[in-house]
Design a protein around this ligand. Structure first.
Ligand SMILES: O=C(O)[C@H]1O[C@H](OP(=O)(O)OP(=O)(O)OC[C@H]2O[C@@H](n3ccc(=O)[nH]c3=O)[C@H](O)[C@@H]2O)[C@H](O)[C@@H](O)[C@H]1O
Length: 468
């Protein structure tokens, strides 16, 4: 049993409770009433009325406030759909705050279109994430209005997300701190700004982590998507939605390269299952409410400002530290391949998807006509063995990796991915141009500057290599 020690011995002494005496003594409330009556000889009715009013006041203060109250007072919002399902890494939600005239001014200014004609006003969810930061910066640069939303959870180092936020701030993009499951916040954002588009990138990423924290995938990728689509379908005008699906929806599909029409009903991880569920949910909101929705199946995106939970990123870190890295192999020593896709190519695909998204047709929550429902592969269409990725990193870092080849654990990984990008090429004008070596060179340059600025200065390297 827990040892409960009084904080100041002598002042506070824990007595054992005497349950057997309980019924022989008057209750504390009754004692208080008797004493009160002795000093203030009021009628019993007045005393009970006083207690009733006090109770009412306490209940009023504790009750959740109406949307306008929460938003206008600039105080924290705690209304999160499916709250608690986000897993332990969602600590930051409790401190998220929004609302008030200054906040609204910043929101409007960030979302204001500065390019005419044809400029977009885009809400980017997951804006402090890897892809979100790059897309937000690219849109802002060409004069679109951009407002970011991010919950800054600690799935990976939040300081990296804060650094990306600072980068966006310098570019003129305000990132609101909040969760896509916060229906009040979303409603407020759609009230304050008439967004033409939403780039929905907020998600719980990572294939293998789904076995560790499954609830976070349902919270972000299913409940969060529904929360966002609910807000979008009620907005007037309805925005067009572009959102991040995943190459992982192809799961155990063995027909290569993967085409959008291939079967996606055999996911190999819960992550993949939630992304597949997202594609079905998108169909519903398009069908019932006339929302224009485009899903983008990203293929293992990498590059500067990337995600530390991805293999290329932690391989680089571990190689520099001299720590062994595990390279997975399939059954019968089969090579594992990934269609690694460079971030700048992905950004061009995202922007093209926004540019070509047809309008939503609903109003007041009702569909008025058919709206586009699209899905595209955004890959590099050039799969590379994971072992080759390691060799490229070794050369760029100038350090030999300590390699351990291990059997691919059964935790959601698939043996290969390979995108057929014919559809994206035809309809989005998507042409990836960055091979893995070029992309990793840019990543390594950024990585060293970000994590080892002294090393870069000492070696005088501009190309990110410490080898020469
Ligand atoms: O395209 C996607 O939709 C997904 O892409 C990404 O998943 P993956 O392709 O699995 O990337 P990543 O983890 O970097 O592993 C890369 C390779 O290294 C192998 N790998 C991994 C770890 C390890 O220790 N050893 C190893 O060989 C591993 O077997 C794999 O072959 C995103 O993380 C995910 O969020 C989602 O967006």
């Amino acid at each position: 049993m827990m040892d409960v020690a009084p904080s100041s011995p002598g002042k506070f002494k824990m007595d054992k409770p005497h349950h057997h005496h309980f019924h022989h003594h008057p209750s504390t409330a009754r004692l208080l009433l008797l004493r009160w009556h002795h000093y203030f000889p009021l009628s019993k009715f007045a005393i009970w009325a006083f207690f009733a009013i006090a109770l009412f006041a306490v209940l009023f203060l504790l009750s959740p406030r109406a949307p306008s109250d929460a938003a206008d007072s600039g105080s924290p919002s705690s209304s999160i759909l499916g709250g608690g399902g986000g897993g332990e890494h969602r600590r930051s939600l409790r401190t998220a705050s929004w609302g008030g005239p200054d906040w609204e001014k910043r929101v409007r200014s960030s979302a204001r279109i500065r390019r005419q004609p044809g400029g977009l006003s885009v809400l980017v969810t997951g804006a402090a994430g890897f892809v979100g930061t790059h897309v937000s910066a690219a849109l802002k640069k060409r004069g679109d209005g951009v407002l970011g939303l991010d919950c800054f959870n600690d799935y990976y180092d939040p300081s990296l997300k804060r650094a990306r936020q600072a980068l966006l701030k310098r570019a003129g993009v305000f990132v609101v701190e909040g969760d896509v499951n916060d229906a009040l916040l979303l409603r407020k954002l759609f009230d304050v700004v008439l967004f033409t588009h939403v780039m929905h990138l907020a998600a719980q990423a990572g294939v293998r982590y789904a076995m560790i924290n499954p609830a976070s995938y349902v919270h972000s990728n299913v409940a969060g998507l529904v929360s966002l689509l609910e807000a979008a379908k009620s907005a007037d005008p309805q925005p067009a939605i572009v959102w991040a699906s995943s190459s992982s929806v192809y799961g155990l599909n063995s027909k290569v390269p993967f085409s959008e029409s291939d079967r996606t009903d055999r996911p190999a991880s819960l992550y993949a299952a939630t992304k597949k569920a997202g594609e079905e949910i998108a169909h519903v909101y398009n069908h019932i409410y006339g929302l224009s929705i485009t899903g983008l199946r990203f293929f293992t995106v990498y590059g500067p400002w990337g995600r530390p939970d991805m293999a290329y990123f932690f391989f680089a870190r571990d190689i520099l530290r001299g720590k062994p890295i595990s390279i997975f192999e399939g059954p019968g020593h089969a090579t594992v391949f990934r269609d690694f896709t460079y971030i700048d190519d992905i950004v061009r695909g995202c922007v093209a998807a926004l540019n070509t998204a047809g309008k939503s047709t609903g109003r007041g929550g009702k569909k008025r006509g058919p709206a586009p429902l699209r899905v595209y592969n955004l890959g590099n269409t050039s799969p590379v063995p994971v072992a080759d990725l390691v060799s490229i990193l070794e050369k760029l870092l100038g350090v030999k990796a300590v390699r351990k080849v291990v059997k691919m654990p059964r935790n959601g990984d698939v043996q290969f991915t390979h995108a057929n990008i014919t559809l994206a090429r035809r309809e989005l004008g998507y042409h990836p141009t960055t091979d893995l070596r070029t992309g990793l060179k840019r990543f390594v340059r950024w990585y060293l500057q970000y994590y080892h600025p002294n090393l870069v200065k000492k070696s005088g390297s501009k190309g990110g290599s410490t080898s020469s």
